[in-house]
Structure formats: structure tokens, C-alpha cells
Design a binder for this molecule. Structure first.
Ligand SMILES: [Mg+2]
Length: 227
């Protein structure tokens, strides 16, 4: 019997794209206040263009492009980005699913990678702490415990006092979210959404057990597994 439903956060419960936009707005405001050469809107558009071309080292490239290197250090911008209070919300349909699972007495958890400060701010801003029995931010354990490490799943099993076979993990990322099922009998579910980057490089070639297009479909999966 399934007893616990565990979620990934980024691109499973919230849109990472929305988070990036929110972070770029915070950084644009910071830069325009500090340097006073460009409006926040101009800087925001520049960041978005750079990001659309290539998502790597966007802040470094912006500083180079606009000749801000004497006024601004990239570390400041990374800090502003990660520590800003994000304006984000749960994906449409996520909250009703979470509430229904709670009503049905499932234990609920989140296992999320990402820099600790940024993930904390996301959880804080979403105000979802009380909805979940346990939230594990893997960065609090150390970078080596980010998924696909199975250690956070061991921790979750202990904290919720459920066996691996009683857990479902829902995530979006083949590079790290489903590998755990090669080690423990956790049921893995991949959420695929239209318009989102759909990677197909599976870590160690371990694929999800089920895939869904909407979180609501989790109830069908639970019924199937419990048969
Ligand atoms: Mg994710």
C-alpha cells in the first residue's frame, strides 16, 4: 500500500522558468539602482536575451556587454539572485492535488536539489511548509547528496517512517529523479508538461515506472500500484 507521496520541487510543483524571471527582475532592480546607467527594464531585457541565447554565465556576459566590470562583481549578482524572495506560485492544479492527498491521509514530502538559500526562499515564498510532513533540501546535506544520490530518499523513508515500497516519488528530470528505483523499490513517476524541456538522457539508463502529463493523474497511479 502506498503511504507517502514525495515530490520534486522545480518543474514538478513550480515553474523554474518563472523563478528565473523573478530572479532576473531582482537582479535588474539591483543593477539599475547601483550603476544608474540603464533602467531596470533594459537590464531585464538584456538578461532575458542573453539567457535565451545561452543559459550559461548570463551575469558574467551581461557585465561584459554593458561594461559594468568596474562597478559590479558577478558574485554580488549571484547572491542577489539566489537570496531574492521569489514571486512564484505552484503550478495550476497542484494545490488541489496536494489537498486531496492530505485528505486521503497520505504522508507528503518534498526532496529538492538546488542551492540551499534559493530553495529555502522558494518554500518560504510559496508558504507551503505546513502542507508537507517533511521537506528535504539536499544541499543542506552537502552537494554530494543532491540527486541522483539515494541518501535523501533514505532520510525521507526514516523521517516519514514508511518503507521504500510505500513511497511514490514524482519528478521531471531523467538525469536524477528516477535512478533511486534501481536501488530501492520506490515507485517513480515522471511528470511531463507541454512546453517544458523534455530531456531523455536517463542517469544510468534508469527510467521512471510511470509517466503522467498532469499531477491529477497521480490518483490513477496510486490505484494501479495498490491493486
Ligand atoms: Mg525538477
Amino acid at each position: 500500500m502506498i503511504k507517502a507521496i514525495i515530490f520534486d520541487l522545480d518543474d514538478t510543483l513550480i515553474s523554474e522558468k518563472d523563478y528565473v524571471v523573478s530572479g532576473f527582475i531582482a537582479v535588474s532592480n539591483y543593477v539599475s539602482n547601483k550603476v544608474k546607467k540603464h533602467t531596470s527594464k533594459e537590464i531585464f531585457e538584456r538578461l532575458q536575451n542573453l539567457h535565451n541565447t545561452n543559459p550559461n554565465k548570463v551575469f558574467n556576459r551581461m557585465i561584459d556587454d554593458l561594461n559594468f566590470s568596474s562597478e559590479i562583481d558577478v558574485k554580488e549578482l549571484i547572491d542577489v539572485y539566489r537570496s531574492h524572495k521569489p514571486v512564484i506560485s505552484l503550478f495550476e492544479g497542484a494545490l488541489p492535488v496536494i489537498n486531496k492527498l492530505k485528505e486521503q491521509k497520505y504522508k507528503l514530502g518534498i526532496i529538492t536539489d538546488g542551492y540551499l538559500i534559493a530553495q529555502k526562499k522558494k518554500i518560504e515564498s510559496l508558504n507551503i511548509n505546513n502542507l508537507f510532513d517533511e521537506i528535504i533540501m539536499t544541499d543542506a546535506l552537502g552537494k554530494e547528496y543532491w540527486k541522483p544520490s539515494v541518501i535523501p530518499f533514505e532520510l525521507m523513508s526514516k523521517k516519514l517512517n514508511v518503507d521504500y515500497s510505500e513511497m511514490i516519488y514524482i519528478g521531471d528530470n531523467p538525469r536524477k529523479d528516477f535512478y533511486v528505483s534501481a536501488v530501492y523499490p520506490i515507485i517513480t513517476v515522471r511528470i511531463k508538461r507541454d512546453g517544458y524541456y523534455q530531456d531523455s538522457n536517463y542517469f544510468q539508463d534508469v527510467k521512471e515506472k510511470f509517466s503522467i502529463n498532469k499531477l491529477e493523474e497521480i490518483f490513477n497511479i496510486i490505484s494501479k500500484v495498490n491493486l
